[in-house]
Design a protein around this ligand. Structure first.
Ligand SMILES: [Zn+2]
Length: 148
């Protein structure tokens, strides 16, 4: 039996890696880089703890519990990312611009600007006038409605 088979056999029935572990790994790398400059013992201690946690989670046989932890992490991540929702949407979708209506908090999808200038449109949900910089007038779509 070669080395690879041995690893496969060892990992059988064990949890492996997931989003939470990747997050811990990123945290570890950040701590490691930070500690190259600061050289603090407490940062080293955090690094050590992270490594122990990563190995423990990867080789754990309690798959159900690890999956639950990962689910909780994903939920918290979603909540933490909420204030940046519009920024990430604008980053990912290059064909539209996302904007939040100040009155009803609905997220609106607007067409890309063609000509520079100040334009006025209406929020289709609450009929509040929105002033937008540099948009060609087109149909505005509601992406997310707070009331629903
Ligand atoms: Zn509105």
């Amino acid at each position: 039996m070669n080395f690879f088979n041995k690893i496969v056999r060892f990992m059988y029935g064990r949890y492996g890696t997931d989003n939470l572990n990747r997050f811990f790994l990123l945290l570890y790398v950040l701590c490691f880089i930070l500690n190259l400059f600061l050289r603090q013992n407490w940062i080293f201690l955090i690094e050590l703890m992270l490594v122990v946690v990563i190995f423990y989670r990867t080789f754990s046989k309690k798959i159900h519990q690890r999956r639950k932890e990962n689910q909780l992490y994903l939920k918290l991540k979603k909540i933490a990312n909420k204030p940046f929702e519009i920024i990430t949407k604008n980053w990912k979708d290059k064909d539209h611009i996302y904007k939040k209506c100040r009155k009803c908090k609905t997220i609106l999808r607007l067409p890309l600007p063609i000509k520079r200038g100040i334009k006025h449109t209406k929020c289709p949900n609450c009929k509040k006038k929105l002033t937008i910089f540099a948009f060609k007038y087109q149909k505005i779509e509601i992406i997310k409605n707070k009331k629903i």
